[in-house]
Design a protein around this ligand. Structure first.
Ligand code: BES
Ligand code: MN
Ligand code: ZN
Length: 490
């Protein structure tokens, strides 16, 4: 889709999209041809279209000087038009144009949407995502593509162009993350993700370090090695460095992502239905890659270190076993009580490695626990922290990008629940595993965080969906990406 700022309404076989606020008077549409405001006046009078949020009206117009089709879309009340509604509006426009098989459209942007141009255009772009990239000529149906979109507005050209630029960059990263998460693990494995990191580093001039099996053995990253032990493929620990702060020596923010390319559960094998979606267990690492795709382009003024713990939790005679006691990179010994609690084990090592970079704060992002879905469902990622300031900032960033988080507690008792009889710590509280499972998972990670400021984002409930929001599609959502980007932008 090519989007241009062009202050002319096209004619002929194309659609004119007119967003309208609830309660708007037709007189206020003076930027548009009178035929449009007359039409709106009529449907408003007949109560056929009032501009309520999500309201749609699609019709033909007969006028040589106008496009053939007109699409009115309701924005709801002006005071409620913020991040989420803007993104949803863009997506509704995108989905409607697609459904109507439109090739060209002119979208009118009223002055009042000035602050949310990025969100509208981002919604428009991400709504076009398709999940059938691996279909071939044998079954692929042709997906309808909108070729050209013109933006018609009285707003300042610079503002619109800046918003458009940002929207394109963000939507590109969101599509990229969603592909990585949707693709299965026979394609997207640990070496594949490490290679993607290399490509991103090369494109942007970032420093990168990739540790394979040999290097991980050398530094004794016992956690990542144990989890990957039954896999035919190599584990990887990848570090990307971006220096965007004025002061290149400023302490970085470390973002550490779980990259389990497939989670069978290990010897504590997952029941069928639960295993089916576990190629998506690398969504945290995919968010790290997506962020590094845009940090430089968006000129983010921070130093950021991205760490990805990439492994496959497989099973077989080589697999790590319940009751194994392993020694982590930090030196801490861990009693493996449940081989399915593998995310925290690889993250423990990755967090320890990130501390080498003397971070100002650490953010871990992971599809860590089924319990977070039980607690918060599809709408909220769980945020667990040893520092309420970072947590607050992340929650706020989530509200401003409709990538919501909700706080979950880290009580001393939950921390104690991870004590082991035989080792320094255990990876599962076997007596009451199902109670406060997300907090306990985070409590395990905290043992490796030490005194560093830290917030953990559990995206197990939000990273993929079978009940997509208006701007989402079935499957991966790229949740966590928007929240973190917004957080880093500030
Ligand atoms: N990858 C899963 C968590 C998960 C579940 C992600 C559902 C997405 C959807 C994680 O490795 C896991 O298996 N966690 C266990 C932890 C338990 C053994 C303490 C869980 O949630 O059951
Ligand atoms: Mn697991
Ligand atoms: Zn997992």
């Amino acid at each position: 889709m090519i989007i241009n700022l062009e202050n002319k309404i096209a004619t002929g076989n194309c659609v004119l999209v007119v967003p309208i606020f609830e309660g708007e008077s037709p007189k206020n549409l003076k930027e548009l041809p009178s035929k449009v405001s007359e039409f709106f006046a009529k449907v408003k009078e007949n109560k056929e279209f009032l501009g309520k949020k999500g309201e749609k009206l699609y019709t033909y117009i007969e006028d040589k000087n106008l496009p053939e089709k007109l699409f009115l879309i309701g924005l709801g009340k002006k005071e409620n038009f913020k991040y989420r509604v803007a993104k949803e509006t863009g997506a509704m426009i995108g989905k409607q144009l697609k459904a109507a098989k439109a090739k060209e459209a002119t979208i009118f942007l009223p002055n009042e949407v000035k602050q949310f141009i990025t969100e509208i255009l981002e919604g428009l772009l991400i709504s076009q995502y398709e999940i059938d990239k691996l279909k071939t000529k044998f079954s692929k149906k042709e997906n309808h593509k909108i070729d050209k979109v013109k933006l018609f507005t009285k707003l300042d050209k610079d503002i619109v162009e800046e918003g458009l630029d940002k929207a394109k960059t963000m939507a590109g990263a969101s599509d990229y993350i969603r592909d990585l998460v949707n693709y299965p693990s026979n394609i997207v494995d640990a070496p594949y993700l490490a290679n993607e990191a290399k490509k991103i580093a090369k494109e942007n001039g970032y420093k990168i370090e990739v540790l394979g099996k040999k290097e991980l053995e050398k530094i004794k990253a016992g956690g990542i090695l144990a989890v990957n032990q039954a896999s035919r493929k190599e584990p990887k620990l990848v570090v990307l460095e971006y220096k965007g702060a004025k002061n290149k020596d400023e302490k970085p923010i470390a973002i550490v992502g779980k990259g389990i390319v497939f989670d069978t559960g290990g010897l504590r094998v997952k029941p069928g239905a639960h295993m089916d979606e576990m190629h998506q267990d690398m969504a945290g690492a995919a968010v790290v890659l997506g962020l590094f795709k845009v940090l430089k382009k968006m000129n983010i003024r921070k130093n950021v270190v991205g760490v990805m713990a990439l492994a496959e939790n497989s099973l077989g005679s080589d697999a790590y076993k319940p009751s194994d006691i392993i020694t982590m990179l930090s030196g801490l010994t861990v009693e493996i009580n449940n081989t399915d609690a593998e995310g925290r084990v690889v993250l423990g090592d990755a967090v320890t490695y990130s501390i080498k970079y003397k971070p100002k704060s650490i953010v871990t992002i992971a599809t860590l626990t089924g319990a977070v879905y039980v607690a918060l469902g599809h709408k909220y990622s769980g945020l667990i922290a040893n520092n309420s300031k970072i947590r607050r900032e992340l929650l706020q960033a989530g509200r401003e990008s409709d990538d919501l988080g909700w706080p979950l507690p880290l009580h001393p008792e939950y921390k104690k629940a991870m004590d082991s009889k035989y080792a320094d710590v255990r990876n599962n509280d076997k007596e009451t595993a199902s109670a406060a499972g997300s907090s306990k998972g985070a409590a395990f990670i905290e043992r490796f965080v030490g005194k560093n400021d830290w917030c953990h984002i559990d995206i197990a409930g939000t990273a993929f969906t079978d009940r997509p929001k208006p701007y989402e599609t079935f499957g991966a959502t790229s949740s966590g990406f928007y929240m973190l980007l917004r957080f880093l932008e500030k």
